[in-house]
Design a protein around this ligand. Structure first.
Ligand code: ATP
Ligand code: MG
Ligand code: FE
Length: 333
């Protein structure tokens, strides 16, 4: 089954063709990062307008790249939430138009399920049940993936998402948007033990996250140094901040896997491309003899291949939308 998938929830206009859930035939990503960089973050109105400009060419390229035409496609999958509603609407409207004109099923896909399913693209032998850490620009969840279509959220962030914290700290340090890759790079030349930023455990089970404290702590550290006329070492701050986030994310994921008696763990979302995070979890997983899967970087940040994969399983589960499908800024998993 060949699914044409469309993703436009934030600042990437993306389209892909995925066969039988795990075989990527094409994967086109048109990122607007350079544009939003000018403003230090994603400007929703600009994102929507760029999606409108780009979507048609991106979809055409996804078909061209695998030498297929619209007639060869069996279904259209699209992200319908969560995300920026104006941005989502562009993809949803386009997908509805395609589904109607081609008379092919329309599959609605939850963006975060897409991020999780990127693991099946990376390793088709990796199967549920497993515990997945979703760490992205808008989410920091620990999810118990019981089957290809059963997801239990077992922990959330009480405030900022991990990626959001990377982006905000990066902005304060003057590195710009998106923050994750820049912080990671600066951290390579820094000392992660230089500053002891807080590690916070929340919730009754201790798995929930809070990243606003560590972010504020970085801000206070910088302001205090400025007031005292002490020169700051940005690389040390980046390395110490990154380590604080990595410690919390990795500890909670491992604890959750132990509590749920699951011996498979996975990563998903943009922050999953963070190398120290992967290495730390890899070491802990080896210690506990857990199987550990994470998608390659291009499948961690927003893309449509992951939507094509998730769409395949939604279709198997009978989740087909009609033309009344809407876009939702907030959407439970
Ligand atoms: P969501 O998926 O929650 O709707 P989003 O789609 O905007 O949010 P993603 O595309 O999954 O988020 O990820 C983008 C985020 O990942 C940004 O916050 C970015 O800073 C972060 N990120 C990307 N690469 C890295 C990295 N190497 N280290 C840490 N964070 C990273
Ligand atoms: Mg993005
Ligand atoms: Fe995302």
């Amino acid at each position: 089954m060949k699914i044409l998938a469309i993703e436009s929830s934030c600042d990437e206009t993306a389209a892909a063709v995925v066969e039988d859930g795990t075989n990527i035939l094409s994967n086109v990503i048109n990122t607007q990062i350079e544009l939003h960089k000018l403003y230090g973050g994603v400007v929703p109105e600009i994102a929507s307008r760029k999606h409108i400009e780009n979507i048609s060419a991106v979809v055409d390229k996804a078909l061209d790249d695998c030498n297929l035409t619209f007639e060869d496609i069996d279904a259209v999958a699209v992200t319908y939430g969560p995300g920026l509603v104006g941005a989502l609407l562009v993809g949803v409207s386009y997908a509805k138009g395609l589904s109607y004109s081609l008379d092919k099923p329309l599959i609605p896909v939850h963006h975060i399920k897409g991020h999780i399913c990127a693991n099946y693209l990376e390793n088709p032998d990796f199967k549920p049940p497993f515990i997945c850490l979703v760490a992205s620009g808008g989410h920091s969840h620990i999810i118990y993936v019981k089957s290809y279509f059963e997801y239990d959220v077992i922990a959330k962030t009480n405030d900022d998402a991990a990626g959001e914290a990377f982006d905000k700290v990066s902005r304060v340090l003057g590195f710009g948007y998106p923050g994750g890759p820049q912080i990671q790079k600066a951290a390579e030349s820094g000392n992660k033990y230089a500053i002891n930023f807080p590690r916070v455990n929340m919730g009754s089970n201790g798995f929930d996250f809070s990243f606003s404290g560590v972010k504020t702590s970085v801000l206070n550290y910088i302001h205090n140094a400025e007031q005292k006329g002490i020169e700051i070492n940005k690389n040390d701050i980046a390395a110490s901040f990154q380590q604080a986030v990595v410690d919390v994310l990795s500890d909670h994921l491992i604890k959750a896997a132990e509590q749920y008696c699951v011996d498979r763990i996975a990563l998903a979302g943009g922050v999953a491309s963070n190398i120290p995070l992967r290495e730390t979890i890899s070491d802990k997983a080896a210690e506990k003899k857990f199987e550990f899967c994470y998608p390659r970087s291009i499948l961690c940040t927003d893309n449509a291949a992951m939507i094509g994969c998730a769409g395949f399983y939604e279709y198997q589960n009978g989740n087909i939308a009609d033309l009344s499908l809407n876009a939702y800024a907030n959407l439970d998993i």
